[in-house]
Write a protein that binds this ligand. Structure first.
Ligand SMILES: *[C@@H]1O[C@H](CO)[C@@H](O)[C@H](O)[C@H]1NC(C)=O
Ligand SMILES: *[C@@H]1O[C@H](CO)[C@@H](O)[C@H](O)[C@H]1NC(C)=O
Ligand SMILES: *[C@@H]1O[C@H](CO)[C@@H](O)[C@H](O)[C@H]1NC(C)=O
Ligand SMILES: *[C@@H]1O[C@H](CO)[C@@H](O)[C@H](O)[C@H]1NC(C)=O
Length: 432
């Protein structure tokens, strides 16, 4: 069952290389046969599944795992995911109502959905699927007062979507939702609340507890809001940010250490918690007058141009450990300096965060300058070179349509790993 509302150009799109070839075909008809031959061989080879194609959950017949040679244009992870075609009030209406919806820091819920719709390897029919994507946008009810999205309707909207899917199709009941995938892209992910104490009290909605959550929130150790099968994803940053840059390696980086964002001089005690665990306040106190540090508290829309001018970009925790700065820094060639002790970062196997970033313990803010000076004296260029690896940069952006190696592609890869692990752990049936 194809989504009838899927834009034509997305459905038809292949990798850039293939598109380019098609353009050439028009101009040079004489080469038509030869090029088509080459293209077919390329498509065939790249779509051939690996010899050791992993096992599937036992409730699905194994023939479905084989990739058809006519689908994917890139060797995409062979996970067959079906995208529910929910009524537009669950998703598209939000984008139509406010353009911020598909671009802001929580827009992974939109980007992943659109990218999956453009993914040639997805399951067109639910009976062929091993996973089911439920596209509900919950982060787009922007407050008219402060512009922040209200999450108050999130649980209700998700519950409605689950009810619909459960009533109309047999797949939810078959696994009690265990093979269903949701996005929770805001602070404290699956708990669907922006304040940690409330998030923990509310917990993960009962109806989602057996499903798979794609969430930006991730910490080491246990946390109520990640007690669910999940994949940590990067915050959403528009992919074109990476292109805003003028020759990054050569760009003059005249700012040593940069931070722009909320830094309270006198942090408030909000039910026993302090914003950023007071780390940002300490940064301001210690380095606010240090000329090597460019620390600003005011909003400035063009802050990314400042990041592109900086050697180090400080990424201290806020309420949650993550912020879009993590991705923006990498895209803009500024070394992220992560100050968030328990953070769990996305796609560790591809990104090897210790190669491209620095981690400074929250208690060590006092020695931050010394650490950065030491890096400048020793391995600065090594880190910068690692940072400029296109594979790593690509893994952090959600392209629409999906591109090989990008964030959506990495999500599919992680889902594939989850599927295989679940199969091994729960021999006989999926997650029982
Ligand atoms: C959006 O948020 C406001 C404020 O929290 C709320 O009153 C309103 O009902 C929400 N809208 C929807 C459609 O849930
Ligand atoms: C799934 O189970 C629920 C509750 O047990 C039931 O109401 C619903 O009709 C079932 N769905 C299908 C498609 O049979
Ligand atoms: C913060 O407020 C809580 C009560 O909400 C109180 O128990 C705690 O001692 C306060 N902490 C500090 C450091 O003032
Ligand atoms: C660079 O040096 C610092 C110590 O100053 C070390 O912690 C870090 O792991 C090094 N990074 C790389 C990529 O070599």
């Amino acid at each position: 069952m194809r989504d009838p509302k899927q834009p034509k150009q997305r459905r038809a799109s292949h990798a850039g290389a293939a598109r380019h070839l098609v353009d050439k075909l028009r101009k040079h008809a004489a080469w038509l046969l030869l090029l088509w031959f080459v293209l077919s061989v390329y498509l065939f080879l790249s779509a051939t599944p690996p010899a050791n194609a992993p096992l599937r959950p036992a409730f699905l017949p194994s023939k479905h795992r084989t990739l058809s040679a006519t689908t994917a244009s890139a060797p995409a992870p062979p996970v067959r995911i079906y995208v529910y075609d929910l009524p537009s009030r669950f998703n598209r209406d939000w984008v139509a109502a406010d353009a911020r919806c598909s671009r802001h820091l929580f827009a992974a819920e939109v980007a992943l959905h659109e990218a999956l719709l453009s993914y040639a390897g997805r399951a067109a029919r639910p009976e062929d699927a091993e996973l089911f994507f439920v596209p509900v946008y919950v982060s787009c009810n922007f407050s008219t007062v402060n512009g922040f999205p209200s999450l108050s309707h999130a649980r209700g909207l998700l519950a409605e979507a689950v009810e619909l899917v459960r009533r109309q199709m047999p797949y939810w009941n078959r696994s009690e939702g265990a093979d269903h995938v949701f996005v929770a892209s805001h602070d404290f992910g699956a708990c669907f609340h922006p304040m940690e104490d409330v998030a923990i009290t509310d917990g993960i909605p009962e109806f989602l507890k057996r499903s798979i959550l794609l969430q930006t929130f991730g910490v080491q150790g246990t946390h109520v809001c990640q007690e669910v099968e999940h994949v940590v994803i990067p915050p959403h940053v528009p992919p074109e940010v990476a292109l805003e840059l003028l020759e990054p390696e050569k760009a003059q980086r005249d700012i040593f250490a940069f931070f722009r964002g909320k830094m309270e001089v006198h942090p408030k005690n909000i039910s026993g918690r302090f914003y950023s665990k007071k780390v940002r306040t300490e940064l301001l106190q210690r380095y606010g007058r240090n000329r090597k540090f460019y620390l600003k508290r005011k909003r400035y829309d063009n802050y990314r141009s400042e990041m592109a001018r900086s050697l180090f970009c400080l990424c201290p925790l806020g309420w949650a450990p993550w912020s879009p700065r993590l991705v923006e820094s990498v895209l803009l060639g500024c070394i992220p300096v992560i100050i968030a002790d328990d953070i769990r970062l996305p796609f560790p196997s591809v990104l090897q965060w210790s190669d491209i970033s620095l981690q400074v313990a929250e208690k060590d803010v006092a020695s931050l300058e010394m650490v950065l000076d030491h890096v400048v004296a020793t391995n600065l260029t090594v880190i910068q070179k690692n940072l400029w690896d296109p594979v790593k940069r690509n893994a952090l952006v959600f392209n629409r349509p999906l591109e090989e190696g990008d964030a959506t592609w990495q999500v599919l890869r992680e889902l594939e790993i989850l599927l295989d692990r679940s199969h091994k752990r729960y021999f006989g049936s999926w997650r029982r």
